[in-house]
Design a protein around this ligand. Structure first.
Ligand code: URA
Length: 185
């Protein structure tokens, strides 16, 4: 109940947020979705056009591909997963997040991690990896590995948009998710 209140407060703050320029172009801010307090959290980059339109994370083409790969290993936002992004608002034309936007939004993600207290954080794509691990972290090297970080396990995976652009990544991505399945089961 205390947790639900913290969660609702956070959601209200995010929907009223104007800490960076992205608030002026958004249709919806997107706090996240899924099971509050789930052991697994997934962190992507930023909402895209479909997400901005619908106010829900990972519902566009990329999101559907990623959610299907997770469903194949028994993970879903209905059952055992909380999903969010480093940025809560869509960057125009899906450009990369800027440093001041990331900084403005960081407090929200920090609070979400504290609130949900996940054991495992799936990092989706290069941007989320760099956010946690610094600029030298490269997804091509660290995808599918379990990285201890501040008492949690980080698990980097390819961004679904990269998989759609480069289909040869798909078997690698599936192998990564199979490793995650082994780890949690
Ligand atoms: N949808 C999201 O919400 N985030 C991403 O990083 C990709 C698709």
């Amino acid at each position: 109940q205390a947790m639900e209140k913290m969660f609702t407060d956070l959601e209200n703050e995010i929907s009223n947020c104007n800490k960076c320029i992205l608030h002026s172009s958004r249709k919806n801010s997107i706090t996240g979705a899924g099971v509050v307090g789930a052991d697994i959290m997934l962190i992507g980059e930023a909402p895209g056009a479909t997400e901005d339109e619908r106010g829900e994370p990972f519902v566009g083409r990329s999101g559907q591909l990623l959610m299907q790969m997770l469903a194949d290993i028994g993970i879903s936002r209905e059952k055992n997963l909380y999903i969010t992004n480093t940025l809560k608002c869509r960057p125009p034309e899906n450009r990369n997040p800027k440093a001041d936007e990331t900084k403005a939004c960081k407090g929200y993600l920090d609070r979400q991690i504290e609130l949900h207290n996940p054991k495992i954080i799936i990092l989706v794509g290069n941007y989320a990896c760099k956010y946690f691990l610094g600029n030298t972290a490269a997804i091509t090297k660290i995808h599918g590995t379990f990285i201890e970080h501040n008492g949690r396990i980080l698990f980097p995976v390819f961004h679904p948009a990269a998989i759609m652009r480069t289909p040869s990544l798909k078997p690698l991505a599936i192998a990564d998710f199979e490793k995650l399945y082994e780890y949690i089961n």
